[in-house]
Design a protein around this ligand. Sequence first.
Ligand SMILES: NC(=O)c1ccc[n+]([C@@H]2O[C@H](COP(=O)([O-])OP(=O)(O)OC[C@H]3O[C@@H](n4cnc5c(N)ncnc54)[C@H](O)[C@@H]3O)[C@@H](O)[C@H]2O)c1
Length: 277
Amino acid sequence: MTDELDPRAAGARRLKNKVCVVTGAGQGIGRAIARRLGQEGGKIVVADRVDEGATQTTEELREHDVEAIKSLVDLSTFSGAEEMMAKALEAFGRIDVLVNNVGGTIWIKPFHLYTEEEIKLELDRSLMPTLWGCRAVLPIMMEQEAGSIINIGSQSVRGLYRAPYASSKGGILALGKVLAMEYGRYGIRVNTVSPGGTDIPDRITSRLSLGDGVMAEDLAQEQADEFRGEMVADIRTQQSLHRRGVPDEHAAAVAFLASDDAGFVTGDVINCSGGQS
Ligand SMILES: NC(=O)c1ccc[n+]([C@@H]2O[C@H](COP(=O)([O-])OP(=O)(O)OC[C@H]3O[C@@H](n4cnc5c(N)ncnc54)[C@H](O)[C@@H]3O)[C@@H](O)[C@H]2O)c1
């Protein structure tokens, strides 16, 4: 079989020269996605609000001959999302793929223990960056008459002790469906990858970090450990594969949805969760 007929050879660089913006790419699942899209030939915009992680990811990509730039922005604001898109356009002239990956619960506790301020902070972490990202990129992709948006959901929508985070992720599922319906006519596809419990080996920034060096106050250690333990045990009983995921597994699902291999897939969800869903 010649290389041209070998689907593995064709698939190896499915994103050749595609401009891919990945948010929260400074660590964890976002970093794995940036790496994978780069391996597949993409030009990568590494967006994060933490310089250390964004710099590490960008340097690693460049060491592997991937064209990459860094965009340091706070994506809990619309102006941050617009700045990120402007930087991507300035560097590469178009945006083919947007991965809205920023998110993650700040607290783990029953809903009645969240304050009003904490609930707002959770939505700013896990819902607003995806809303702002989509809102900022759509006019660009509409003009191109092409684009693929992949939002990162979660299995928390049926999990314990993260009600505001779970509400954000439920919102992201709805957003993906509605935007797919509204923007398919412009050649834009919108899909969601929903990870299950995943180990993050290279976390630089704690989820309790609120940016600019401010740390959220958590419960007393013993109580926090108790709620976390209960949540983790609940997730473990849900995962048919009886193990936690690794970031590369989510990155592979994102790469598929980003590529033309998923050209007829929109408004859909890949539950990359070891059978948790
Ligand atoms: N790790 C898991 O077990 C798991 C499970 C299900 C879903 N997810 C989802 O996957 C995504 C990534 O998870 P992770 O565990 O890799 O996250 P993480 O907390 O390790 O990394 C998130 C990154 O986003 C950046 N970030 C946070 N707020 C930002 C903001 N306002 N502006 C710009 N950058 C910001 C952080 O600096 C960090 O680099 C999230 O959406 C999360 O909800 C993760």
